[in-house]
Ligand binder design. Structure first.
Ligand code: FE2
Ligand code: FE2
Length: 281
């Protein structure tokens, strides 16, 4: 397992009392050029390249799912008249994920060559309901689940990857993805603060903290049993599933749950749920 916890950059950037949401407006998109021909594909075995390509093909499919997820959340937030910086961040995230899906497919195709077939897309995910009918509380929890939980973990995963040696094109790819994913994580913290300041967010978040942790971690629990990577594979942007799981647990413990505490949310039940899921697997 790669040592170390996510960098300080990952700590949730919460609006200060004197700040306005305008401070969360996003930088402008800069195109990234990746020299795929610089990738030394012959430094690992073809079977290892196929394993890594499968992971990035699966990421491409997840990125595509995130297009629909963020679009749906932007729609829900617009219906609730959410502040314009929140809408800007959500719609921008949907746009980013389109590009991410293409980049991840490009990388997987570079690894395996002309035989590469992108995985079939899965449309738009249903998203967790938290046992709630459509409501401002459910929209808040869905934004928090995708952003504060999933996107923060993804940011931690890429941050960890960048701490190790990576081949130059992979470093360019991962750096570009990370820059966007950190913005995608921020929108959840910003909207949570908006809802708490408005007087209805605290109870919704406190009551659902166990469900938020469970919906994020349950799909990963099985993975903890599988494998370790070696350095040559990590240079291609690969962690074994068990290493992914460990990064997710570390990130919840050290970034996400403390982030809610900073917002004044009691996250004890979330910590208990996390420890139970970690022990049970
Ligand atoms: Fe993404
Ligand atoms: Fe994202």
């Amino acid at each position: 397992m790669p040592a170390g916890l996510p960098s300080k950059k990952l700590r949730p950037r919460l609006p200060q009392k004197s700040a306005t949401l305008v401070e969360f407006r996003l930088r402008r998109y800069k195109p990234v050029a990746i020299e795929w021909t610089d990738l030394p594909t012959d430094t690992i075995a073809p079977s290892e390249r196929r394993v890594i390509a499968r992971v990035w093909a699966s990421r491409a499919r997840s990125e595509h799912s995130a297009v629909g997820a963020f679009s749906q959340l932007a729609y829900e937030a617009a219906r609730l008249n959410a502040p314009s910086p929140i809408l800007e961040m959500l719609t921008r995230a949907a746009h980013d994920e389109v590009r991410h899906a293409t980049l991840c497919d490009d990388y997987a195709a570079t690894l395996v060559g002309p035989e590469y077939q992108p995985l079939p897309r899965m449309g738009v995910p249903h998203g967790p309901t938290f046992g709630l009918e459509p409501s401002r509380e459910r929209t808040l929890l869905r934004i928090v689940a995708l952003s504060c939980f999933n996107e923060t973990i993804t940011s931690a995963y890429f941050t960890q990857m960048l701490k190790g040696p990576l081949h130059a094109p992979v470093r360019t790819l991962v750096s570009s993805l990370l820059e966007d994913e950190m913005d995608h994580a921020r929108v959840g913290w910003a909207y949570a603060k908006v809802a708490i300041d408005a007087g209805w967010g605290e109870s919704a978040l406190t009551l659902a903290m166990d469900k938020l942790v469970a919906s994020c971690m349950q799909p990963l629990v099985v993975a903890r049993r599988f494998g370790r990577s070696h350095e040559a594979m990590r240079a291609f942007g690969y962690f074994a599933p068990g290493e992914d799981f460990a990064i997710a647990v570390d990130t919840l413990r050290s970034v996400v749950l403390p982030g809610f505490k900073t917002l004044g949310i009691d996250s004890k039940i979330g910590q208990d749920t996390l420890e139970a899921l970690t022990r049970a697997s």
